[in-house]
Design a protein around this ligand. Structure first.
Ligand code: NI
Length: 169
């Protein structure tokens, strides 16, 4: 397993729209194990392929307390989302140290392929529902800070650019 580099906002590659996975292949198993290792190491609960500069529709998630229930969603599609939404605090491994409120559907039904190429349907609510919506946004080239006001977003951008410069010194 290899730990991958996570792109950080405002890296323009985070705005790439991912293409669907045409066929689930052995390289996807490798990618998933590398992404899981990267996510666990960074103490994250979800990671989209976009964040490791692979622009295919694939996400990994683990919202379990023991961090032993990895979930892989390939070509995920939301079949249904509740009208009821909730404003919850979100963070992102590509936006380190920043947390802010985003409005999301509280429950969803999603369809996706697993690593065996089988189509599965998942019903999700609470943190899992939020996480799936957040990660699917990444596949569309969207980072959660884009839901915030331009003022807040610019502050975050400035802060992260400075942080990166300080690290490179
Ligand atoms: Ni994220």
């Amino acid at each position: 397993m290899t730990q991958l580099t996570i792109l950080r906002y405002p890296d323009p590659r985070l705005h790439t729209v991912a293409r669907p996975v045409a066929a689930v292949e052995a390289r996807h198993s490798q990618l998933v194990s590398d992404m899981l290792e990267t996510m666990y190491e960074a103490s994250g609960i979800g990671l989209a392929a976009t964040q490791v500069d692979v622009h295919e529709r694939l996400i990994v998630i683990d919202v379990s307390e023991k961090r032993d229930e990895p979930m892989v969603l390939i070509n995920p599609e939301i079949l249904w989302a509740s009208e009821e939404t909730r404003l919850g605090e979100e963070g992102c491994l590509s936006v380190p140290g920043i947390y802010d409120g985003v409005e999301r559907a509280i429950s969803i039904k999603v369809q996706a392929l697993n690593l065996d190429g089988q189509l599965q349907t998942h019903e999700a609510e609470g943190m899992l529902a939020v996480c799936i919506q957040h990660e699917m946004d990444h596949l569309s080239g969207k980072v959660f800070v884009e839901y915030l006001s331009p003022l807040k977003r610019n502050r975050i951008k400035t802060k992260l650019i400075k942080q990166k410069k300080d690290e490179e010194r």
